[in-house]
Design a binder for this molecule. Sequence first.
Ligand SMILES: Nc1ncnc2c1ncn2[C@@H]1O[C@H](COP(=O)(O)OP(=O)(O)O)[C@@H](O)[C@H]1O
Ligand SMILES: [Mg+2]
Length: 351
Amino acid sequence: MNPSPTPKATEKEYQEGGIDATLRPRHWDEYIGQQHVKKNLKILLDAAKKRSETGEHILLSGPAGLGKTSLAHLVAREMNTNIRVTSGPAIERVGDLASILTNLLPNDILFIDEIHRMNKLIEEVLYPAMESRTLDIIVGKGPSARTIQLELPPFMLIAATTRPGLLSGPLRSRFGASFRLDFYEDEDIQKIIRRSAALLNVAAEPAAIGRIAAAARFTPRVANRLLKRARDYADVHPDRTDSNRAQKSETVITDRIAAAALGLMEIDDQGLDPMDRKILEIVITKFNGGPVGIQSIAAAASEDTDTLEEVYEPYLMQLGLLERTARGRVATARAYSHLGIATPQQRILLA
Ligand SMILES: Nc1ncnc2c1ncn2[C@@H]1O[C@H](COP(=O)(O)OP(=O)(O)O)[C@@H](O)[C@H]1O
Ligand SMILES: [Mg+2]
């Protein structure tokens, strides 16, 4: 079996695989922001190097597109080791994991993406591997079955998850360190856009960069995707007002182009796309602003609950448009005002 099976891409996660790869930070210094995580991770890695050990197992969590996979690759570079990439859903049988583990070379990094989607039976095979570098394999069947124990080479597991809450306690406790990636500061998103623009060989006006950053959901992957769409738009409808550059036939993303490209995608000034707005509208108009369960929202929006929880909700909550309560999701006053709908209180006052 191939020791590094291609992760089975969930559509949302990997659809930008192409540009993710081109724009992925290659060096530690190119990894912008997340200073807190970088600093702590660096100490952990430096200490391991000093002791000539393999680093401790690391869990990276946080919403999609914030740089978990990039960070795993940078750790491999920093430790000067190979990285084997797989994902929770790609490991379908115990044998798949056994084969991956026994094919590791000493000091390899094993990266398991979406570890929360790993089958629980397989998870149990991972425990002794993480803890004591052993693999228990059952050979034979019935009364003659016996367990043999294989010793594994030293390896470092880096696992990534968008849903740390779904990890079992025993699994979580086996990581030596756990880092949560946060949404990025606007300034850092702008830096990432500038770097990507340079790599894609396009010029972008400062105002255009600001506009794209504001719509990027504080998320590098989204920033890169929007930049690329703006570039497409600029290539198809160049802004002729800047004649100097037009003559050089260089791709220029002016602020006007950025605005037009975002408008075409129906992304508003806060970075909300039609589905975000639909979710808020459902909570407000169908369920009186909530509280309402996620299943009911999913049914009304014809979207699955995982996507709602992993892709849409984190950003809506970050903006303070949606709140999660014990009884369900609640739209905030800010959500009403963003959609231009009067809150129940305002309606009373107006009446
Ligand atoms: N800190 C960062 N600095 C620069 N670019 C980043 C950073 N984090 C992410 N990116 C960009 O966003 C893309 C998506 O990041 P990725 O590591 O795949 O996110 P995740 O694995 O968390 O979904 C990367 O290919 C890279 O271009
Ligand atoms: Mg990833």
